[in-house]
Design a protein around this ligand. Structure first.
Ligand code: COA
Ligand code: MG
Length: 289
């Protein structure tokens, strides 16, 4: 699966920001029709996103379009406006049931068949951002068009009546549940937005903590956040060197018939080997090795 370390949103009615995103070397570009767009600009956003998909070169960046929630009354026109321009994926917000994913996947499959594109080639990514969504995570994560679950902290906090704080303990359980369910179904897990976009130290710390929790990427809302976030989800040279050394040592000990062994004063066995292999897989996905 392609790396999705940073997923950058911009309002879909803002062609300037879409064009700006193309200069950033960002993993995912998500043109929004939902909460980043005023109600009286939805039509404009649909038109601008469809044109951008057709006219602009996204390079290595994944091109995604976020529709309004299934049941909002806007979703049909949103998805029908952008599918013919062939985005790489559709992002569905505020998902609370498998039926909502079936609806979106059905619309996508109809477009794939109508245009002669391979079935399942347009991917689905969903925002889980409410108490009900959390309860339905297990069934939501089981859909086979899904590549990733996104955790939306601001909407989730509203849905449970929590007050948002910098420490984010009020969303901690939900954040971890998203990682757990994503991983159980082989999906990527994309962490919450850090809204203080001028404070780069804060986004760096938040991204590092998200990576520590098991997230594979993070949502971003401003160009300045892209670099620090992609870096936080890419193993650095030191971790890559340590992981390679550990895997090599493991292989030679295996050949010598030993499972557990000591390296630099630490006991090494299977879970640590798997962790090191995970580091190398992430480095490979990010083009570092
Ligand atoms: N994507 C692409 N380009 C962006 C961008 C984004 N998300 N946010 C800002 N830029 C561009 C600006 O257009 C500006 O370009 P310029 O230098 O060519 O004029 C440059 O980056 C610097 O922007 P800045 O002046 O620092 O910010 P701003 O005041 O223009 O915008 C926000 C601040 C928060 C309104 C803006 O970052 C934004 O719209 N973010 C996304 C919001 C969104 O999509 N929310 C829904 C999903 S959570
Ligand atoms: Mg949201």
């Amino acid at each position: 699966m392609r790396a999705r370390r940073a997923l950058l949103y911009m309002p879909g009615d803002d062609r300037h920001k879409i064009e700006k995103a193309l200069t950033l070397d960002v993993d995912c570009i998500c043109m929004d029709m939902e909460d980043g767009v005023a109600l009286n600009h939805k039509t404009e956003a649909r038109r601008i996103i469809a044109a951008a998909l057709r006219e602009l070169t996204f390079g290595r960046s994944e091109k995604l379009a976020r529709i309004n929630a299934v049941g909002s009354g806007l979703e049909m026109e949103d998805i029908e406006a952008v599918l013919p321009s062939r985005p790489d994926g559709i992002v569905v917000p505020k998902v609370e049931s498998l039926e909502q994913i079936h609806w979106a996947s059905g619309k996508i499959e109809a477009a794939e068949l109508a245009h002669g594109w391979p079935v399942n080639s347009i991917r689905l990514i969903v925002d889980v951002e409410s108490a009900k969504g959390m309860l339905a995570l297990k069934e939501i994560a089981s859909h086979d068009r899904l590549d990733a679950l996104i955790f939306g902290a601001e909407d989730y906090a509203v849905s449970i009546g929590a007050l948002r704080t910098i420490e984010a303990w009020e969303v901690f359980t939900a954040r971890s549940l998203v990682v757990m369910n994503a991983r159980a179904f082989g999906l990527q897990a994309i962490d919450m937005v850090t809204i203080d976009f001028r404070d780069l130290e804060m986004v760096r710390r938040a991204a590092a903590f998200g990576a520590q929790l098991g997230f594979t990427g993070k949502q971003v809302i401003h160009p300045a956040q892209v670099g620090p976030v992609q870096e936080a989800f890419t193993p650095d040279d030191d971790s890559i060197a340590k992981a390679s050394r550990l895997v090599e040592a493991f292989e030679s000990h295996q050949q010598g018939g030993r499972g557990a062994f000591a390296l630099d004063g630490k006991m090494i066995d299977m879970p640590l080997v798997k962790a090191a292999q995970g580091v190398l897989a992430r480095a490979r996905a990010a083009g570092r090795i």
